[in-house]
Design a protein around this ligand. Structure first.
Ligand code: IMP
Ligand code: MG
Length: 175
């Protein structure tokens, strides 16, 4: 991917402001109730790390690892579980922490799987809600930034496993 084919779409300052707002909303909604945050690896690792420091409610953290993309930029629609939860979510208040919702396949699959484990409540928080290519009707309860279309990288988001370390989010113009 050539350097001149990307431009900053969301700056680190904008991301930090939205993450702070989300943390405040979640803290207000949950108060002193303990929240189990389920991070979806790998893309959400930076978002979760920043978000959890903006939440004042008691939290515990677990991760799942899902993969639906190969090396390309289109969802394959096939969601593979590469790592399962380590904690029981039964009777707990759970929030799924995603980097981005695109077609919705990944989240729909995870949401339904977790629901079977009988959490007390199950909500979804995504940093980015990409609306143009949604194929499954699924809405996040907490949304950082809504965008229409385009492939983005940085702040945990990858293209073929690269660029997760960029502190800002870039639009890849020829992806
Ligand atoms: P979905 O199943 O199509 O909703 O895809 C969700 C997953 O695809 C996310 O968790 C990301 O890992 C990945 N993804 C979707 N859009 C992008 C993007 O623009 N950049 C990087 N990864 C993306
Ligand atoms: Mg990814």
């Amino acid at each position: 991917m050539a350097e001149n084919t990307r431009r900053i779409l969301y700056s680190r300052e904008k991301i930090a402001a939205e993450v702070r707002r989300l943390g405040q909303e979640i803290s207000r909604d949950y108060g002193d109730q303990e929240i189990l945050l389920v991070g979806v690896l790998k893309g959400s690792f930076l978002f979760l790390a920043d978000l959890i420091r903006e939440i004042s409610s008691p939290t515990v953290v677990d991760f799942v690892r899902l993969a639906s993309y190969g090396a390309g930029t289109q969802s394959t629609g096939i969601v593979e579980f590469r790592k399962e939860l380590e904690m029981s979510i039964r009777d707990r208040d759970v929030i799924i922490i995603e980097d981005i919702v695109d077609s919705g396949f990944t989240l729909d699959c995870l949401y339904n799987k977790l629901l079977l484990q009988q959490p007390r409540s199950l909500k979804i928080c995504t940093l980015i809600d990409k609306k143009a290519r949604r194929e499954i009707e699924i809405e996040a309860d907490y949304v950082g930034i809504s965008m229409e279309d385009g492939f983005i990288i940085g702040y945990g988001l990858d293209h073929d496993e690269r660029h997760r370390n960029l502190p800002d989010i870039y639009l890849v113009e020829d992806a």
